[in-house]
Design a protein around this ligand. Structure first.
Ligand code: HEM
Ligand SMILES: [Cu+2]
Length: 512
């Protein structure tokens, strides 16, 4: 292991990059990319099965692949990447050594062992329980153990983040208050602690139940606590994504928020209100009182939505101001047309913002009302909504950032810059079509998590609206295009990290 105090100075930003931080970021980010590859292959298989013209997998394989897709994408890809981000936001941004690097390696090993256990259980037919693994559907005990190990590892990584903030403060490695990016990540890490605590509270008894130690586990209690984990973890993603928007704005056009205080207040709104909205998953659940549900998912939720709206306006505004200062002042929109559209970070940020805000955000607020939740619950429209948030929003932002982390932190030149520049366009276009197809079919009543959307093999002859077929075709074509975009991302990042030209220590060229 590298010496804790060993560092190099970044020729572009002048920041100290500690060797331990660099290695830990490297391993967590590379592992994340392996998981998006597994999750992406499953995505394609699932999407092709939902397309009646192909109907690829058997029912057994469909549910196995769907379980694997949800877990590898939403948990493993996203959280490994976020851990790399936490080390970046604390150690690199604040110029500080990382707290307890050995413990950070332990956290990594826990997360890795946990995720491998989960995947082995899913692929060996021991855990076809879907992403939500609702009780009383039961998986092998090692599946629950895998989730617990992963969560403990992720919680430890948050501890390292907070520890590093404390060291940076004590060593006075930065001046003034925390930079906005790190402030946003701190909000994400605080939400993560609540989230992972919910995970522990529910998965430990579930593990004991699968072992037969506990005889009965209340499914309603499981659902409530599960969404304390399942929903809140999406809020970590939102918060991390927004922080990355600010960073990409700064990296690509030198954008600085006009009023940082407002942006910081918006992050605080996330911490205070967003977790309470978890109950929108239970709006159709008969076990909670309507007053309770409506209060949580309406009034409190709107305060979190307000925070997203503040960010979604503050960032384009910061970009406009930065561009106008450069002299792009002609007409209303020269600042936008002269933006660096050919460099991947800019379109990744803008598409992430638009898909998250206009599609994910608006559908979220709409489906979060009790009456409409009843109509859309468990339809494919729901899947459309969250692909706009976690894929078009979070995943696309993470992808955009990767192209800068590779030269800046891993010191390798990007191989295939043209591919990298085209990638956000391909992925965003595919996602928009996929989401449109899912939303359309779902609005016409097509259920989510269903192997056969035409119900051809059903004992009871259900009828279905044939327009659904138009939407499943749009979804399938979009899914294929998004899979191509995903493959471009994995291809460029893996090739660059392993085979890209090593940059000389003083090479100050940001590759784009
Ligand atoms: C090429 C990209 C992708 C495609 C084509 C795709 C496609 C799909 C499809 C067809 C479904 C099945 C819907 C159903 O039958 O109910 C699905 C489910 C899901 N996807 Fe994706 N997806 C992609 C990327 C992602 C990413 C990046 C994430 C997370 C970051 C994600 C998270 C999920 C989750 C959580 C589910 C639900 C699993 C469940 O119901 O248990 N997807 N996706
Ligand atoms: Cu939710």
């Amino acid at each position: 292991m590298a010496n804790e105090m060993e560092f190099r100075t970044c020729p572009i930003t002048g920041k100290k990059v500690y060797a331990t931080t660099q290695n830990l970021m490297w391993i967590n980010a590379v592992t994340a990319v392996v998981f998006i590859l597994i999750g992406g292959i499953m995505a394609l298989l699932v999407a092709l099965t939902r397309w009646p013209a192909v109907h690829l997998l058997s029912p057994e394989w469909f549910y196995k692949a769907l379980t694997a897709h949800g877990l590898n994408m939403l948990i493993f890809w996203i959280i490994f990447f976020e851990v790399a981000g936490l080390y970046f936001g604390s150690s690199v941004v604040l110029n500080s050594r990382l707290a307890a690097p050995k413990v950070a390696w332990l956290a990594y090993i826990l997360m890795l062992v946990g995720s491998i256990l989960v995947d082995v259980m899913v692929f060996t037919d021991n855990a076809t329980v879907m992403f939500s693994s609702y009780v009383p559907l039961q998986a092998h005990p090692l599946y629950y153990l895998g989730i617990i190990l992963f969560a403990v590892g992720a919680l430890t990584a948050c501890g390292i983040f907070f520890g590093t903030l404390a060291i940076a403060k004590a060593d006075k490695t930065y001046e003034g208050s925390l930079p906005l990016f790190t402030f946003g990540l701190s909000a994400a890490a605080i939400i993560a602690v609540f989230t992972l605590a919910c995970g522990a509270i529910i998965y430990i008894p579930t593990f004991l139940w699968s072992l037969g130690v506990i005889k009965n586990l209340d499914p309603a209690m499981y659902r409530l606590l599960f969404w304390g984990l399942g929903h809140s973890s999406q809020q970590i993603n939102v918060t991390a994504m927004v922080s990355i928007w600010y960073l990409l704005g700064a990296l690509t056009v030198g954008a600085k928020p006009v009023n940082e205080k407002i942006c910081r207040t918006a992050f605080v709104l996330y911490i205070l209100f967003i977790n309470l909205a978890s109950e929108h998953h239970l709006l159709t659940d008969p076990t909670l009182s309507p007053a309770h549900k409506v209060f949580n998912t309406s009034y409190f939720l709107y305060l979190a939505v307000l925070a997203s709206m503040i960010h979604a306006l503050a960032i384009p505004m910061a970009v406009e101001v930065a561009q106008r200062k450069k002299g792009y002042t002609k007409g209303l929109f020269e600042w936008l047309t002269k933006a660096p559209w050919g460099e991947p970070g800019f379109p990744a940020m803008i598409f992430s913002l638009l898909i998250f805000g206009f599609i994910g955000g608006i559908t979220g607020v709409v489906y979060g009302t009790e009456q409409l939740s009843i109509k859309s619950h468990n339809t494919w429209a729901m899947t459309g909504h969250f692909h706009a948030t976690v894929v078009g929003g979070t995943t696309l932002a993470f992808m955009g950032l990767t192209y800068y982390v590779i030269p800046l932190i891993f010191r390798r030149e990007i191989i295939g810059k043209k591919w990298a520049s085209a990638q956000p366009y391909v992925y965003a276009a595919g996602m928009i079509l996929l989401i449109l197809g899912m939303a359309g079919a779902g609005t016409l009543g097509s259920p989510r998590r269903h192997w056969d959307v035409t119900f051809a093999d059903s004992i009871i002859p259900f009828s279905f609206d044939p327009t659904v077929l138009l939407f499943t075709t749009i979804a399938a074509l979009g899914g294929i295009l998004a899979a191509v975009g995903g493959a471009m991302y994995v291809g460029v990042s893996v090739l660059s990290v392993f085979l890209g030209r090593k940059l000389a220590p003083n090479e100050a060229k940001l590759v784009y």
